[in-house]
Write a protein that binds this ligand. Structure first.
Ligand code: PBG
Length: 327
């Protein structure tokens, strides 16, 4: 393993579920699990021993409704996870994903206009869609969405998160969160903007993991068009102006040009998200004997670093740490 690959630059994602003593495998996401809090803390202890010092948390499997209320309710799952982690590992840098898609019935990242009457209901844990919904025009209520994102972020900050990371691609989400945090006295809680987040085909395994696929429509109305580099750079600039402490390009591999450009254009720490589909490519190919997993990961992570990323969110982090230990 290339020793230039510093564990300090890697952020490892975790999926958190309610309950006790649970470690669930995730369909089509080899090597990645959903953990209940007790098991999460144990797994993080192992990651710590390997040298990982940054984690990103996603809450999964909570009650879904039109307003994503499970995401910001008192003692919500992610807040509870942050508390438990910080109790055990006070110096671990904890990032939390701030989004609605795992908590809304329709699976979109924002509140939809007209949601109360026409966007489905939950029955025995199943989401049933109302008739005619598929053809319903998808309109995000941005003002309402950023209010809720701010509430979610605040609940994570109160629990002790070091970084909150809004990923809904709602307009002015960073500003709304910064204001809410400052007002409540959380000036030190930092914001990582998922600034240039593309409407990508590479999120498949993640959506299985987080049960966050849109039940109808897609995310092209609020995520970026991969043909449009200028729009991506503008989003990054906007996030910086709104107060983001770090900015992100996501996914990583098909967007190395933008990582490079953003790094040169803006004087901000840059994060690249090596997403679930990129990870799955490597895993499935290695299983088929098409390539050596370790060498492939080394090439990929090196290329993302070479392009200019300061930090990389990657599902490979634990394995990289193990490989580094053995060099
Ligand atoms: C939620 C979110 C997604 C990912 C991170 N946060 C899914 C999406 O936008 O559909 C994807 C991460 C991955 O694929 O690893 N908004």
């Amino acid at each position: 393993m290339d020793t230039n690959l510093k564990l300090n630059n890697l952020i490892y994602p975790y999926f958190v579920i309610a309950g006790k003593n649970k470690q669930q495998e995730i369909k089509s996401f080899p090597g990645i699990y959903r953990f209940s809090l007790d098991r999460l803390v144990k797994d993080i202890a192992q990651a710590r021993r390997l040298g990982i010092n940054k984690v990103l948390l996603f809450g999964v499997g909570e009650r879904k409704d039109a307003l994503a209320s499970a995401a910001f309710q008192k003692d919500n799952l992610v807040a509870a996870a942050v508390k438990a982690i910080k109790r055990e590992f006070p110096d671990l840098q904890v990032f939390t994903d701030v989004c609605l898609c795992a908590y809304t019935l329709h699976g979109h990242c924002g509140i939809l206009k007209g949601h109360r009457s026409s966007f489905g209901y939950a029955q025995d844990g199943q989401v049933t869609l109302c008739r005619g919904q598929a053809s319903h025009k998808l309109i995000i209520d941005n003002a309402q969405t950023i209010k809720i994102l701010a509430k979610i972020a605040l609940s994570h900050a109160e629990a002790g998160a070091d970084w909150v990371a809004p990923s809904a691609m709602a307009k002015k989400q960073v500003l709304a969160i910064r204001r809410a945090l400052d007002l409540a006295g959380y000036r030190k809680t930092k914001i990582l903007g998922y600034s240039a987040k593309f409407a990508s085909n590479f999120y498949g395994p993640f959506r299985n993991a987080a049960d966050s696929s849109p039940r109808f429509g897609d995310r092209r109305q609020y995520q970026l068009d991969y043909k449009d580099a200028l729009a991506a750079l503008k989003e990054i600039k906007d996030d910086i102006n709104e107060g983001a402490d770090m900015v992100m390009v996501k996914p990583a591999l098909s967007y190395l040009d933008l990582i490079r450009e953003a790094k040169h254009k803006f004087n901000k720490p840059l994060v690249a998200y090596n997403v679930s589909g990129e990870y799955a490519f490597v895993k499935y190919g290695a299983r088929q004997g098409l390539w050596d997993e370790k060498k492939m990961v080394e090439e990929i992570i090196s290329s993302i670093k070479r392009a200019g990323a300061d930090f990389i969110i990657t599902y490979h982090a634990k394995e990289i740490a193990k490989w580094l230990e053995r060099i």
